[in-house]
Write a protein that binds this ligand. Sequence first.
Ligand code: GDP
Ligand code: MG
Length: 177
Amino acid sequence: TPDSGDAKNLRIKLVLLGDSGVGKSCIVLRFVRGQFDASSKVTVGASFLSQTVTLQDTTVKFEIWDTAGQERYASLAPLYYRGASAATVVYDITNVESFQKAKFWVKELQKHGSPGIVMALVGNKADLRVDRAVNVEEAQAYADQNGMFFIETSAKTADNINELFESIARRLPRGPG
Ligand code: GDP
Ligand code: MG
């Protein structure tokens, strides 16, 4: 869209869904702090971290919810993603089971998520491609069928981490004007 001249500031709740161990917390820490800690512990607390992405005329402040437990207690998940305008559903490219679980979360979001929620399908641990178990083509096709954006990332090498959040930011509705 042409530059309207007036900058916008958006504050967006973003949730991460996906199996335990796929790298959700590492993605957040890479994005927010630029760090990767291979010995990172299971998710800390229930608060959120925030980070800002600046597009041409819009500043998007992501409030990223990364609470532990949503993986195991599916019944709690609707509370977790209530009010979320964006969701990333993460799997591990070396783990087929985590891809099946990602599909489960996509269906949950379609049933219970906010209308118009921007969803990204994220194949993490792309640095481990020698052990790849999920094809790019299969994941891309699934994402296309479900109106999602697809990307492979590595929290370890930082590959595509900023691109993930920038792509979500670009897909957010901007509202009137
Ligand atoms: P979560 O349970 O989904 O939050 O997963 P974590 O972020 O705690 O990560 C689980 C494990 O995967 C940790 O041992 C991380 O070091 C490792 N991990 C996370 N992201 C990557 C990645 O991109 N590449 C590799 N090789 N390991 C990763
Ligand atoms: Mg975690």
